[in-house]
Design a protein around this ligand. Sequence first.
Ligand SMILES: Nc1ncnc2c1ncn2[C@@H]1O[C@H](COP(=O)(O)OP(=O)(O)OP(=O)(O)O)[C@@H](O)[C@H]1O
Ligand SMILES: [Mg+2]
Length: 226
Amino acid sequence: MDIRFSSVSVSFGGRAVLQPLTLSLTERRIGIIGLNGSGKTTFARLINGLVKPATGTVTVNGLDTVNDASAALAEAGFIFQNPQHQIIMPIVHEDIAFGLKNRGLKADEIERRTAAVLERFGISHLAKRRVHELSGGETQLAAIASVLVTGPGILILDEPTNQLDLKNRGLVERTIAGLDEHTIVISHDLPLIEKFDRVLLFHEGRLIADGAAEDSIRAYHEVAGC
Ligand SMILES: Nc1ncnc2c1ncn2[C@@H]1O[C@H](COP(=O)(O)OP(=O)(O)OP(=O)(O)O)[C@@H](O)[C@H]1O
Ligand SMILES: [Mg+2]
């Protein structure tokens, strides 16, 4: 993974929400923390082109997120804060197969890959279930499977354990820990990211700490005043 931000800033309606920043992301597991409204989701959305920089450029594995938008988009999969919002088809199996159909794969190849990803995440028993009837943890796993089935090398998860109970939280945590893909996780759930290789702390639109998880978490407690 090679994600580069060069002098990138973001404004919404003339209001600066991300101050200029230059950095590159290469580590296997990266956490993003900070108070509500500090700019975490905005930063992550720059990577898949959902947010366009006001200044500067973002490249993902050498592909510019504005000029090579669709190729850059294929490099990184994004799981939204509420994965219900990204589910397209009513049945788990169909939703996972959807991204492969869009890529024009043959039916037997779609079936093979869909079955393999369901197996990989231990959710083969959910294949025929209605997506909107799944529990929170099951929905998270189905959403991760739907994104990873198309083969992006990078997975970006925005608050993946938000609203999950202890059991489902553990399930999603273990799943993330076992992923081969490079992973960027935005979370208020600090134990989830405390073993990550690198943690970025945003505060009021600025990157104010960037390094070892324990250092960034300590700095977060300082800005939060607790
Ligand atoms: N599309 C938008 N239009 C206008 N303002 C926006 C938009 N998206 C985000 N903002 C503003 O930008 C700032 C940063 O928002 P962002 O969603 O990046 O925060 P966050 O750190 O992810 O917060 P949270 O922890 O609450 O999810 C906030 O003040 C937010 O209101
Ligand atoms: Mg957010």
